[in-house]
Design a protein around this ligand. Structure first.
Ligand SMILES: Nc1ncnc2c1ncn2[C@@H]1O[C@H](COP(=O)(O)OP(=O)(O)OP(=O)(O)O)[C@@H](O)[C@H]1O
Ligand SMILES: Nc1nc2c(ncn2[C@@H]2O[C@H](COP(=O)(O)O)[C@@H](O)[C@H]2O)c(=O)[nH]1
Length: 210
């Protein structure tokens, strides 16, 4: 009884486990996590990454990403300000310590949207997240979604498709992800994502009630 009480106190002090969402570009990570952030306001918080790519129409600096130059990003990495960073499709991406701390300071479940290199690097840290892989139903569907999104040049699209093939193979590795969701029907995929995170969602709600 006493041990269970102590363990609950320590787990509340450590805060909720972060969630890493990964998967090929175009699989639907942002679509799913935006639904989660909207439905569970005050439960999840997004870790705003840094990138050297240009903002897309509708994206906001400081909300979707921190848009920086390669020089600024390299200097910040050299100063040890990043938990992980990667080169993807010709641009740099990275999760700063400050981005994660900003979410955790509010006792929210921190969501990281990162590529496979990021997953491997986070595995070497003590962040202890729940690893979720979002996969497309097929390469054909993925290509159609990326083309229909109209955000990529042909060159960038081809780079992303090449990375997707590798990602789809690696993500089958047993134990790499805690949950693997095929995002075919959006509502079904979202339901599976919520089910996978229900325990953590409940913990945050319980902590915030008391
Ligand atoms: N289940 C789905 N059915 C049909 N279209 C979808 C589905 N999920 C997402 N999409 C669409 O596919 C496109 C890619 O989705 P999204 O931008 O969320 O992918 P992503 O994994 O976040 O990509 P990136 O890694 O490049 O940011 C978007 O235009 C989105 O509206
Ligand atoms: N390793 C990291 N990967 C990241 C980070 N932020 C985003 N990403 C991944 O990059 C690709 C492309 O994203 P896009 O917004 O240009 O389409 C995608 O797979 C993201 O998951 C990060 O901080 N670190």
């Amino acid at each position: 009884m006493y041990l269970r009480f102590i363990s609950r106190v320590f787990s509340a002090m450590a805060g909720p486990r972060p969630v890493v969402m990964s998967g090929p570009s175009g699989a639907g990570k942002s679509t799913l996590l935006k639904k989660l952030l909207k439905e569970f306001d005050g439960v999840f918080g997004f870790s705003v990454s840094h990138t050297t790519r240009s903002p897309r129409p509708g994206e906001e600096n400081g909300k979707d990403y921190h848009y920086v130059t390669r020089e600024v990003m390299q200097a910040a990495i050299a100063k040890g300000e990043f938990i992980e960073n990667a080169e993807f499709s010709g641009n740099m991406y990275g999760t700063s310590k400050a981005a994660v701390q900003a979410v955790q300071a509010k006792n929210l479940i921190c969501i990281l949207d990162i590529d496979m290199q990021g997953v491997n690097n986070i595995k070497r840290t003590d962040l202890n997240p729940i690893y979720v892989s979002i996969q497309p139903p097929s390469m054909e569907t993925l290509e159609k979604r990326l083309r229909d999104r109209k955000t990529e040049s042909e060159e960038s699209l081809q780079k992303r498709l090449r990375a997707a093939k590798v990602d789809m193979e690696i993500s089958k590795e047993p134990g790499l992800f805690d949950v693997l969701i095929v995002n075919d029907d959006l509502d079904l995929a979202y339901g599976k994502l919520k089910d996978a995170l229900l325990e953590e969602i409940q913990k945050v709600r319980d902590t915030n009630k008391s």
